[in-house]
Design a protein around this ligand. Structure first.
Ligand code: GTP
Ligand code: MG
Length: 151
């Protein structure tokens, strides 16, 4: 089953939005298969955002990601990579639709509270960067037959 990497950034953790955000993924029907709270080093943040290293905001972004606790998670479900990004909303909260996490809970692009992998390759790379294989838990949830039906 498809998996994606989702992280609540230091602003989301400090603003006590962990349960609100987890609840949106959980209620959708996605399954939590890994979770931990960590303060990433600056070097680790640079690895996570390596694709953006030429952008003018890269240094500030990496300083911010490493400025406090981050809640790192892996969520599993059919279409979770793409639909997870829909739940999150557009990068700039001013452009995120109401009803999305950033639309409802954030105001500026530099403090947009959550990260989600943007495709299958980045999902795989980010899960491997943030988690050891043994930190991922495979299990059957009793709700699965109600979320997916019998097929
Ligand atoms: P992530 O899920 O965090 O990767 O966001 P994204 O995929 O929606 O956007 P992208 O990967 O392009 O940018 C990563 C992060 O950099 C964003 O979430 C923002 O926090 C930050 N960022 C992106 N564009 C800007 C910008 O123009 N200015 C500033 N200050 N930050 C930006
Ligand atoms: Mg991104």
């Amino acid at each position: 089953m498809e998996r994606t990497f989702i992280a609540i950034k230091p602003d989301g953790v400090q603003r006590a939005l962990i349960s609100e955000i987890i609840s949106r993924f959980e209620r959708k029907g996605f399954k939590l298969v890994a979770i931990k709270i960590v303060i990433p080093s600056k070097g680790f943040a640079e690895k996570h955002y390596h694709d953006l290293k030429e952008r003018p905001f890269f240094n500030g972004l990496c300083d911010f990601l490493s400025s406090g606790p981050v809640l790192a998670m892996v969520w599993e479900g059919e279409g979770v990579i793409k639909y997870g990004r829909k739940l999150i909303g557009a990068t700039d909260p001013q452009k995120s639709e109401p009803g999305t996490i950033r639309g409802d809970l954030a105001v500026v692009v530099g403090r947009n509270i959550i990260h989600g992998s943007d495709g299958p390759e980045t999902a795989k790379d980010e899960i491997n960067l943030w988690f050891k294989p043994e930190e991922l838990v495979s299990y059957t949830s009793n709700t699965e037959k109600w979320v997916y039906g019998d097929n």
